[in-house]
Design a protein around this ligand. Sequence first.
Ligand code: SF4
Length: 377
Amino acid sequence: MPAAPPPVLAPRRKTRKIKVGKVDVGGDAPVSVQSMCTTQTTDINGTLQQIAALTAAGCDIVRVAVPTSDDALALKAIATKSQIPVIADIHFQPKYVFAAIDAGCAAVRVNPGNIRKFDDQVKEIAKAASDAGVSIRIGVNAGSLDPRLLAKYGKATAEALVESAVWEASLFEEHGFHDFKISVKHNDPVVMVRAYQLLSERGDWPLHLGVTEAGPAFQGTIKSATAFGALLSQGIGDTIRVSLSAPPVEEVKVGIQILQSLNLRPRKLEIVSCPSCGRAQVDVYTLAEKVTAGLEGLEVPLRVAVMGCVVNGPGEAREADLGVASGNGKGQIFVKGEIVKTVPEALIVETLIEEAMRIAETMEKTAEGGAPTVTVG
Ligand code: SF4
């Protein structure tokens, strides 16, 4: 009998399903992870290389900026060669929306903050997108909120972001176009969470979550994890983009980790390591770092416990697929709760990696036949 899916904190809110190329967003589709290229879009090879790296990291959908006509000209080659759907990010210039649709982009992001430039052309955009099977993201951003709403609300409040999004959505819906998702991004997680909560009460649009300008990797990771965690734990959110002042591959890693932590994606390698304390009898930080580095890229759902002493060590190590409880210059190695060997401290890392590889191989072999099992060797 197949194993029951791992528990989640709340059922996903029911949203309309749209397509971003080959990736479904909304409805019962898994929450997807997006990122955005940092290359110049005119640098086609550089952009494709970055997209390849993002694809390898697990990115589902990628966005590229289209600020100039030269960028628009580059879209065809990028959209054709990319292995994942490409979204063109367009502000101010409606003509680039049509260029992106013609170029074969999977979707186009438009910003209602610049809506007056798009105002008269929503009907044509909706028709062109509909004819080509291209979806749209209505991307409201606190930093570029419609000046009329800024004047009305005084600043980019949650209500202002939502009013902008709902108004833009109504423009597309008036023309019978429904293949769009919405984002209401703000750099303050509290405002952002409130905005998405309000928006989710107003319609069944699929929602793209993002904390805009979240900051450098450490701060941005925490802000994004906090905000996405708050929303996803209420079933809100269909696709996510972590924004970091860091290489975009890092955004993808963080996004995937957030989804795995909430059981919205199958967990892969998980290192359970203790924070260390005065009882630690080994250097837990170094041990955990070396084990993490040695197992990077492992594609199986392996839980590895690295514990500093014999207080919680044996318990955690027993719960994990593989673990070590250290003490007295030695490490007791556990596999599925059984001590399989005791090794000197100097051999803990290589023993754990060896055992992990052996278990991973067993899991891969048995994966075709059902749930992975781990044998004690
Ligand atoms: S496992 Fe041991 S060393 Fe690690 S935090 Fe707990 S008591 Fe401290």
